[in-house]
Write a protein that binds this ligand. Structure first.
Ligand code: C5P
Length: 212
């Protein structure tokens, strides 16, 4: 059975909402992503629950704060047992280094660029992303959250490239502007893709139809 390189974004208020999807997707996708909506609603227990159910958990908190706070939060997230954590590169190198120092070795840090995938790509996007990803590299982060348009320029810096803003050919874009298909993202060099709304209402499609 092949495991698809997908993090399913659990964007909702409770884990219970995703019971059916998680049941279907277990052993077919790489992991799940807990974002601000679920984490601020249910707290650390949802991560602990998912871990005890055997999931790889990506905690998408997009930390952006002073070095001491970012470092201490990285310790707390390590203690909850998450496998991946996001932090904003624009927090600055001192904050990133503090997180690297304070986390456990099992926690992978993913730098987030200020060019979120909900922003349109313009002439400044590549430059912003390139500069920020170099800071992430210099700070020894394990990987980055990379918008579709920048994957090809990033494979020389990171193996661990995670790409959100994924849409199937016939999907609504919603608030996402910098988008691509699952197959294309992986072909370009993403190691994992993040998919939320495209699979929430039809999780079986991932197993039966989705080409990645
Ligand atoms: O539903 P959809 O597939 O658009 O969900 C994308 C997920 O990826 C959301 O949880 C969103 O918070 C997250 N994300 C993103 N763009 C980033 C970083 C994270 O869309 N740059």
């Amino acid at each position: 059975m092949s495991v698809k390189p997908i993090f399913f974004a659990l964007d909702g208020k409770s884990l219970k909402e995703f019971e059916k999807q998680l049941d279907i997707l277990k052993d077919h996708i790489y992991g799940v992503k807990v974002g601000l909506e679920l984490f601020t609603s249910e707290g650390p227990s949802c991560v602990e629950q998912l871990k005890s159910d055997g999931w790889v958990v990506f905690l998408d908190l997009k930390l952006h704060d002073i070095p001491n706070t970012v470092g201490q939060a990285a310790t707390s997230v390590s203690n909850i047992g998450a496998d991946y954590l996001t932090l904003h590169i624009s927090s600055g190198q001192e904050a990133l280094l503090e997180a690297v120092n304070k986390k456990s070795k099992d926690l992978n840090l993913l730098g987030v660029s200020s060019a979120l995938t909900s922003k349109a790509v313009d002439s400044s996007t590549s430059k912003i992303v390139e500069n920020e990803f170099q800071i992430a590299k210099d700070s020894n982060l394990e990987g980055v959250i990379c918008p579709a348009s920048e994957i090809a320029n990033t494979t020389n810096l990171f193996d661990l490239i995670v790409t959100p803003g994924i849409r199937l050919e016939n999907d609504l874009r919603g608030d996402q502007k910098n988008i691509t298909t699952p197959k294309k993202a992986i072909e370009l060099g993403a190691k994992y893709i993040v998919m939320g709304r495209s699979i929430k209402n039809n999780p079986s499609m991932v197993i039966n139809e989705l080409e990645v």
